[in-house]
Design a protein around this ligand. Sequence first.
Ligand code: 4NP
Length: 155
Amino acid sequence: MTPRSPSLLFVCLGNICRSPLAEGALRHAAQRHGLDLTLDPAGTGDWHVGQPPDPRAIAAARRNGVDISGLRARQVTADDFTRFDHLIALDRQNLADLRRLAPAGATARLSLLNDHVPGREGQGVADPYTGTAADFDQTWAEVTAAAAGLVRVLS
Ligand code: 4NP
């Protein structure tokens, strides 16, 4: 039997900036490395459910050759805690919210994205939502570094 591919859910607040960028960066890195992963982004908040990523996030990914425009925001559900192997929070508040939301019987491992970047363990990825295009480029750089770390441990 072929083992099921590892599944990772990236979780931020609005699901329109950081988690779609993280999903796009890891999807891109996994493709380059021939790594089969199941990936999805979600938010702890519900303000943007059904919406595509922020246009500035779409543009930042596109500048790096990655298309995230097909994603649609959704909120984390109780099922996610058993459907996914890993729930990866973008910042410490997202991680605290996931710990609070975890139902009895949750099996997913919870971590911070930067826990997968040597030297950045415990640090959050800043929210670029109120920032500029340069802040979105900075977010892209951070999630790309984490994607490289995740590819290493998942390969
Ligand atoms: P994200 O950024 O969590 O990286 O998607 C945010 C986007 C929208 C809001 C907050 C954060 N909001 O409050 O609408």
